[in-house]
Design a protein around this ligand. Structure first.
Ligand code: M6R
Length: 600
């Protein structure tokens, strides 16, 4: 996690560093800091809390330099505090480092360095980096000392270093995202393209195990063995407006409302009335089994993907938590297709699972939003979501677009295997952006229901079949944005335990749209009513039975059952948003979370 930013050029660096951190605050927000390379040496300013706190502290400082690095932190080693905030300096205060990732051998390194007389001020793993560079600086160039340091670090890093008296910044990456922005007489380093989009669209993606030295007019990349590497300059497709709130109170709300357009973008150019076009090089007939790996919301879209692919393609699909997959001895081989789903394309667990599947010979396919991200570059082939930047920590449009991409993959596989994709499925898929829009045209009723839900401390989300993963996703949205304990369950499992929790204080949210389990869901609702529970039901228009059993209803349009999660999720997202907002929570940056989890 954490966001790092670096600038070297002709402008005063501090405002750019602060702006860069603001754009990346979603990556971590428990402390922040900057370090400027001033004429008379390095000057670091750090603050506990949000970037706003750093701005207050930096206001009293005379920071004139045009070279600097900055960091916004999501704590792993050491509590959120000023002393643990980055940048971390060496003993002399001449070398400063910002780091994203985890240095796994830091304890052993710290012991050695302490024995040699280095004094540590923080509890972080990152501080060893500046002390190691200091140690290796004797008789070596700045680059030479950084290279030596990088070679002995175990774990993951995206990092940037400045040294007093050096008109350059050195950056490096291994397992953490890192991008270089090329301006005119200025250069940028960042964990995420969104932070540099305002200044340039020309970027270079650093590969794992690469180091870069940047000056204001150029850059030089090397591998860790010192060999110079050639880099391709790429053009960013996103624009600066996409990373603004555009009149919405929060990014989460904006991103919920963007869903019709985002889903249309995922489908654009890929869907025709009788066929699907994907540039994925898969021998669909040879695929024996599919294993989907992902985390969080992406895992839940994977559960829906499993049902879609099994229904239409009759191929066995297993869905695995990426974080669990690599820590056993998974059965994967060359006849398997490993599908990794990740909005950010940087989730460490998903990346590790992908590597594991690759090593075992599986063909790999990524369903990713962020173009050029690590996962997007590691997979054999992929489907980009084209959903535009998702800034809010809570995933919303990524989820619907992931299902859209999985539906495209389903139709593609079905066509390859059987010679024909189901035309009704393709037609329904094409009509989804409009159906999602129908729900977004009436958000007011949901905000009224949120007034009731904000007072609850627990909630149960229940669904069946294709809408069971939605119960999990609805519950996740509520807990992460509103800090209300919520559990998602297959509705029929309720009677095997969770029903004991039901009383008038524990509302149940049912996804009760008309599908093959509708009658069963009605019985499950009866069971809750019989125990004095209150029910919010997501129902289709003109539904009588489910509506009569519910205390509150939200209507969603009729959609083919297997695609219904794409519309039914929208009220669940809005409910979570309105409850969080009514509780006065910083919706886009809920406590303890970060947008992309780049540590294991
Ligand atoms: O970027 P990814 O899709 O790989 O991220 C996976 C999860 O970290 C993410 O979905 C997380 O659960 C969100 N906070 C959910 O809203």
């Amino acid at each position: 996690m954490c966001g790092i930013f670096g600038y070297i050029g002709f402008r005063k660096a501090t405002p750019l560093l602060i702006e860069g951190l603001r754009q990346m605050e979603y990556r971590g927000y428990d402390s922040a800091g900057v370090c400027l390379s001033e004429k008379n040496g390095l000057k670091a300013v750090k603050a506990k809390g949000r970037v706003g706190e750093l701005v207050k502290k930096a206001a009293n400082q005379d920071l004139a330099s045009t070279i600097g690095i900055a960091h916004t932190r999501w704590a792993t080693h050491g509590a959120p505090s000023e002393k643990n905030a980055h940048p971390h300096l060496d003993c002399q205060g001449d070398i400063a480092v910002v780091h994203n990732g985890i240095i796994e051998n830091y304890q052993a390194l710290k012991k050695i360095l302490e024995k040699e007389g280095h004094c540590f001020v923080s509890e972080t793993d990152s501080e060893v980096i500046s002390h190691l560079i200091e140690k290796f600086s004797e008789g070596a160039s700045f680059e030479g000392a950084v290279l030596k340091t990088l070679k002995i670090l175990q774990g993951t890093f995206g990092l940037a270093v400045v040294k007093a008296g050096e008109d350059k910044i050195i950056g490096a990456r291994k397992g953490s995202p890192f991008i270089l922005g090329l301006g005119d007489g200025e250069m940028f380093l960042a964990s995420d393209a969104s932070a540099i989009l305002k200044y340039t669209k020309k970027v270079v993606y650093l590969d794992d195990g690469e180091m870069v030295t940047i000056g204001k007019d150029g850059f030089l990349t090397r591998k860790l063995n010192g060999e110079v590497s050639e880099k391709e300059v790429c053009e960013l497709k996103w624009n600066a407006e996409q990373i603004e709130k555009g009149g919405f109170k929060h990014f989460m709300l904006k991103e919920i409302f963007e869903q019709p357009q985002a889903v249309a973008n995922t489908l654009r150019g890929r869907l025709a009335s009788d066929t699907v076009k994907l540039s994925v090089d898969i021998d669909a007939k040879a695929v024996n089994r599919i294993v989907i790996m992902a985390c969080g919301t992406s895992f839940y879209s994977g559960l829906i993907g499993k049902q879609l692919i099994e229904k239409f393609c009759r191929v066995r699909v297993d869905v695995e938590y990426a974080s669990e997959f690599r820590y056993r001895d998974p059965i994967v081989d060359k006849d398997d297709l490993a599908v990794v789903i990740s909005q950010s394309g940087e989730t460490a667990d998903t990346l590790a699972a992908l590597k594991e599947a690759k090593e075992r010979g599986a063909k790999t396919l990524g369903i990713v939003n962020v173009v050029g991200s690590t996962i997007a570059r590691e997979v054999d082939c992929g489907i980009y979501l084209h959903a535009g930047p998702e800034i809010s920590v809570a995933a919303t449009k990524a989820f619907t677009c992931q299902i859209a991409a999985l539906a495209l993959l389903t139709a593609f596989l079905q066509e390859q295997r059987t010679g024909r994709a189901d035309p009704e499925f393709l037609r329904e898929l094409a009509g989804l952006p409009e159906k999602i829009q129908d729900i977004l045209d009436h958000p007011q009723e949901i905000s009224k229901i949120a007034e009731v839900f904000r007072k609850t401390r627990n909630a149960l989300y229940l669904g069946r079949g294709f809408n069971y993963p939605l119960a999990l996703e609805g519950a996740l949205k509520l807990k992460e944005t509103s800090y209300i304990h919520a559990e998602g369950y297959p509705a029929a499992e309720m009677k095997h335990g969770p029903i004991a929790l039901i009383d008038e204080n524990m509302p149940a949210v049912f996804i009760a749209t008309k599908d093959q389990t509708y009658e069963k869901i009605l019985s499950n609702m009866q069971e809750i009513k019989a125990r004095g529970g209150r029910i919010l039901a997501i129902v289709n228009p003109r539904d009588k039975e489910a509506s009569n059993l519910a205390d509150w209803i939200i209507e969603t349009p009729v959609v083919m059952e297997c695609l219904s999660p794409m519309v039914n999720v929208v009220p669940l997202q809005l409910l979570a948003y309105y409850v969080a907002d009514a509780k006065g929570i910083d919706v886009d940056k809920p406590r303890n979370l970060a947008k992309s989890v780049t540590v294991e």
